[in-house]
Design a protein around this ligand. Structure first.
Ligand code: PRX
Length: 657
């Protein structure tokens, strides 16, 4: 990490806001003043201004039992109503909500009135299936309009969605369905990825396959299936229903009932430091407030004229907050794209920007770096002049990628906002505001109005400008996670215990540095969580997938820095002697890579699997991943004095070569 810090310290390029942009900017410097003068009053005002409440709240925050926060607790609202009906009622029913582009080139334009109609029908279908307040619904869909409609319909009836990224395996889906006790699964036959139909329904079938004797009680009663891929699927009569059979038939009248602000809205599973993904729980009023606030101010949203595009999949938090809830609560018109950036050609994204006149683009550094690699000729074949704000999220953006983004995609003109946040924070926490902040390539810069963060040492003391430490959030915020589904102890232990004596510092798990101006520079995770292409992966989860293979005796996984993906998964595996006695070792490393892909999902597949004779361990048996990371990154191996056997690293280095 130190070389990275040195490099960042040299970064002194600055980009002042363009006065013409500032003159029309949605955000104002006064937001910071207002929030500073009265933080809770500020959030109360924003909640009232941005949302429609069926019952007004009287108290903004109840923090009497930290870390269990209640925001706007006695208020009531329907989040789906806020994203849909009220725009129609305000006369904006004809405004396009979704400009959907399928990977093969088919497209659909869906207005707010049409989306509202569809969601009402789906809500009626859900109610007919007995899905109501507090029930859990798993959603395993490609990036199609029905995914957005499904999420909103679940929210509308007061149920809780758990979206599982379509790239996850049947096993991953099953553990998420079981953990949440889902009553319904909404899926598709398949979706398009890289020019082919990638099937989804078979994974659902496999996840729900006969569990007699497994000890797990089946909670799923129905599977609602959207036809998208046209691929053949198996059918379980009585359990499976086609969306196109039931949704168009259902009535389009559905009155959105208000639910308490602290009603759960969704669970989203994310990787932590243990092998078991945690179900991050978000509730309604605070989450909707902060996603709407940040979407409006960070992206300078002018809903009547902007065409916004966030490239994230709805399977991730970015898709929840900045494809579904933030943009739709704000009445934005947005692009929704089904496929990959390079299918069927490497200019696909830029073609979409040109086709729809995208004005605000929000994507991840990993995508920017892979476009950099291809070169500017590809984007420059398209007219990108509509772009006026560019956003980045998911991992630290290196200054070169930031500057390339601004200059090549943004014609040396558009503000770039690097937004730091997490599944747990629900919405953006640290970011420049376009038109307001003088930007610095590589830095997420400042906490948003109403948000309090700090960089502290191991004891929780402020490090002071010019120093590095751990990022903490020092005050509760509206869209904060309310817990880990079914595991309140893990919630307290993971995020709040480290600085318990500070009276409520949230430990984010990220390293950060404050520069001389007090701006924040993120330096990556400080725990055993990896970040590959902006996706969070746990070393422990991949290790446990590796040891589940019959060949593996022991495994250690590290995140090694990678030019394109930020980090890459590198595994060191010891093979059982009994296995080697009966099998040839050829091809085994690759088999193990593919195995991890099958167990968890292709995103978790290691870049490299090294078969080694031993792993570096301390005398107490703890694996020293730091040393393995040195090997994986091709560096000289660091201090080995605490190893039980100090010679082991030279053996491993030789085996890796
Ligand atoms: O390490 C930080 C990194 O992504 C982690 C959160 O991952 P996830 O919950 O999957 O959410 C990703 C999308 C919000 C953080 O702990 N991260 C996210 N954004 C940034 C970032 N690191 C540096 N700069 C960012 N802008």
């Amino acid at each position: 990490m130190s070389s990275q810090i040195d490099h960042l310290l040299d970064e002194d390029r600055r980009f002042a806001p363009d006065p013409a942009f500032t003159a029309q900017a949605v955000a104002t410097a006064e937001l910071y003043e207002r929030a500073k003068a009265d933080r809770l009053g500020f959030w109360g005002d924003e909640a009232r201004e941005l949302l429609t409440w069926s019952k007004p709240f009287t108290e903004v925050l109840d923090w009497s039992n930290p870390p269990f926060a209640k925001w706007f607790a006695d208020g009531e609202l329907n989040v789906a109503y806020n994203c849909l009906d009220r725009h129609v009622e305000a006369g904006n029913g004809d405004r396009v909500a979704l400009l959907w582009e399928g990977e093969p080139g088919d497209s659909r334009r869906i207005t707010y009135a049409e989306l509202t109609d569809e969601v009402k029908r789906v809500a009626n279908v859900l109610a007919g299936l007995g899905v109501g307040e507090g029930d859990r619904v798993a959603i395993y869909l490609p990036m199609i309009p029905e995914a957005v409609a499904a999420m909103l319909a679940v929210a509308r009836v007061g149920a809780i969605h758990s979206v599982v990224f379509g790239g996850f395996s049947a096993d991953s889906l099953r553990s998420r369905i079981d953990d949440a006790g889902a009553k319904l699964v909404i899926t598709a036959d398949g979706g398009y990825r890289k020019g082919k139909v990638s099937a989804l329904k078979p994974a659902v079938d496999q996840a729900l396959a006969d569990r007699n004797g497994s000890g797990v009680q089946e909670t799923v009663e129905h599977v609602l299936v959207v036809k998208r891929g046209g691929n053949d699927v198996e059918w379980t009569e009585g359990r499976d229903l086609w969306w196109h059979d039931v949704v168009p038939e259902a009535p389009a009248d559905h009155v959105a009932q208000g639910f308490p602000a602290e009603n759960p809205l969704f669970i989203l599973y994310t990787s932590g430091t243990t092998g078991k993904p945690k179900g991050i729980l978000h509730t309604s009023g605070g989450y909707a407030t902060q996603t709407a606030f940040t979407h409006k101010n960070v992206f300078d949203l002018h809903p009547e004229s902007d065409v916004y595009w966030c490239t994230a999949d709805i399977g991730w938090i970015t898709g929840h907050s900045y494809v579904v809830y933030g943009p739709l609560a704000n009445g934005a018109t947005q692009v929704l794209y089904e496929g990959t950036p390079d299918a069927p050609h490497p200019g696909r994204w830029w073609e979409i920007v040109e086709k729809y006149g995208v004005t605000v683009l929000y994507t991840a550094p990993t995508a920017i770096r892979s476009f950099m690699k291809i070169g500017r000729a590809v984007p420059h074949r398209f007219d990108l002049s509509s772009l006026r704000v560019l956003g980045s999220v998911g991992e630290p953006i290196n200054p070169e990628a930031w500057v390339w983004y601004r200059s090549v995609i943004g014609a040396d003109r558009t503000p770039v906002v690097d937004t730091w946040w997490q599944t747990e924070t629900g919405a953006i926490m640290v970011s420049a505001l376009p038109g307001i902040t003088e930007t610095k390539p590589g830095s997420a810069q400042v906490a948003l109005p109403g948000i309090s963060v700090d960089v502290v040492d191991e004891e929780g003391a402020h490090v002071g400008n010019g120093n590095g430490g751990l990022l903490v959030i020092t005050e509760p915020w509206p869209s904060m996670l309310r817990g880990i589904w079914g595991d309140p102890e893990r919630f307290v232990e993971t995020y709040w215990e480290k600085f318990a004596d500070k009276g409520g510092f949230y430990f984010a798990g990220d390293g950060a540095r404050l520069d001389e101006d007090g701006d924040v520079w993120l330096l990556g995770r400080v725990d055993d969580v990896m970040n590959v292409s902006g996706h969070r992966l746990s070393t422990a989860e991949i290790e446990s997938a590796l040891v589940a293979h019959e060949a593996t005796a022991e495994a250690a996984v590290v995140g090694a820095s990678d030019e394109t993906t930020g980090q890459a998964v590198v595994a060191f595996v010891i093979i059982k002697e009994s296995y080697l006695a009966e099998h040839a070792p050829e091809g085994l490393a690759n088999d193990l890579r593919l195995w991890v892909g099958e167990q968890i999902g292709p995103i978790a597949r290691p870049r490299d699997v090294y078969i080694v004779g031993e792993l570096p361990k301390t005398r107490s048996g703890k694996i020293m991943r730091r040393l393995l990371r040195d090997v994986a990154e091709g560096r000289e191996v660091g201090d080995t004095t605490t190893l039980a056997d100090t010679a082991v690293m030279s053996v491993i280095s030789a085996q890796v070569k």
